[in-house]
Design a binder for this molecule. Structure first.
Ligand code: F6P
Length: 369
């Protein structure tokens, strides 16, 4: 039987996503209703690993007042980082080389010293893998699934995804008229590292004519044929959505910066490549719009806000019911708990037999295959 919970900490890690603040608010209010105290760790675990960087405290008390009026705000009041995984923390050695060091012991020690009984870790695959490791080392942990990319397994959706899709769809809606007025090809590059959920869902919702996602290696000749077919039918413009991680059937993904110790590879540039090639293949004018980090900004949609509030409240319920090493997940119509080991290190790609993809095909959208 573990000790009763009195004090918990919350952290947000990885790229930010609309809804983070709603989760924080729900955790703080639900926990304080149980008589627990809540603490926020700044910028992933940096608030614990580098307290000297935060004169106002790397870990600070989250009161009800502190989380007042934040549910609709983008970003995270705790700050976040996608550098410096404490399991493989890049440290400069005396000889000047950089080595990856496991610093999770320092986090466990901090929790013990400050009498923090549990952690709510809000993040994507990286953060949940860290949460899983901490739970295996004895910390009481509940994870909350966040990412605009929707690439986490065992949950119907992650919060942040709906907001990104809604914004991308609005952008596509706006681009139709300018593309049509100029009889152009408009290529829209979107985030979606190894999974094409944002491109697929917004592309279909926003009536794109071609959608290129990492799950389906593409042949631009097929896309050019689709554009020519539209031209022949008198529809003289085309919208092509491309996920940043999409790759040609006979080529490479577009990498801006290679992975280095403590940081994943940076993708980008595929939109430009696709636009140049399509311009050459069709003889039509092509332009590129890169939505990039705009997809991570703004207020969460009501769907994401509600999902985030439900996740935050469920994380506190899970701890109160004695669970640990689990992630709260959306198993429509309810929230459930999934063991972190079933989530950590697994990616949810778009299944090639899903009906959303089939819907796109039924509507005549070209997937480059
Ligand atoms: O949040 C996930 C994600 O949006 C990926 O699609 C993208 O590749 C990555 O974050 C970029 O993050 P950053 O530029 O912050 O390193």
């Amino acid at each position: 039987m573990s000790n009763p919970i009195r004090r918990i900490a919350i952290c947000t890690g990885g790229g930010d996503a609309p809804g983070l603040n709603a989760v924080i608010r729900a955790v703080v209010i639900a926990a304080s209703n149980l008589g627990w105290e809540c603490y926020g760790i700044r910028e992933g675990f940096n608030g614990i690993l580098f307290p000297e960087r935060y004169p106002e405290g790397g870990v600070f008390k989250l009161t009800r007042d502190r989380v007042k009026g934040i549910a609709h705000l983008g970003g995270t009041i705790l700050g976040t980082t996608n550098k410096g995984n404490p399991l493989q923390f890049p440290m400069k050695m005396p000889d000047g080389t950089i080595k990856e060091v496991d610093r999770t012991g320092e986090i466990l020690e901090f929790f013990g010293r400050k009498e923090l009984d549990a952690l709510v870790s809000i993040g994507g695959d990286g953060s949940l893998t860290i949460a899983h490791a901490l739970s295996k080392k004895g910390l009481r942990v509940v994870g909350v699934p966040k990412t605009i990319d929707n690439d986490l397994d065992k949950t119907y959706t992650t919060f942040g995804f709906d907001t990104a899709v809604a914004f991308a769809t609005e952008c596509l809606d706006r681009l139709h008229s300018t593309a049509e007025s100029h009889q152009r090809i408009m290529v829209v590059e979107m985030m979606g590292r190894y999974a094409g959920w944002i491109a697929l869902n917004s592309g279909i919702s926003g009536s794109a004519h071609a959608i290129l996602i990492p799950e389906i290696p593409f042949d631009l000749e097929k896309v050019a044929a689709k554009i020519r077919e539209r031209d022949n039918d008198g529809r003289m413009y085309s919208l092509v959505v491309v996920a940043e991680g999409a790759n040609p059937a006979h080529g490479q993904r577009s990498v801006l910066a290679q992975a280095e110790i403590g940081h994943a590879e940076r993708l980008g540039g595929i939109g430009e490549r696709v636009a140049n090639s399509l311009q050459e293949l069709t003889g039509k004018d092509a332009r590129v719009v890169v939505l990039g980090h705009l997809l991570r900004g703004g207020s969460p949609t009501s769907f994401d806000r509600l999902a985030a509030l439900r996740f935050g409240a469920a994380a506190v319920r899970a701890l109160d019911e004695g669970h640990s090493g689990v992630m709260v997940a959306l198993a429509l119509p309810n929230v459930n708990y999934v063991p972190l080991e079933e989530v950590a290190g697994r990616m949810k790609a778009v299944p090639l037999d899903c009906d959303t993809l089939q819907t796109g095909r039924d509507l005549g959208i070209c997937f480059g295959d």
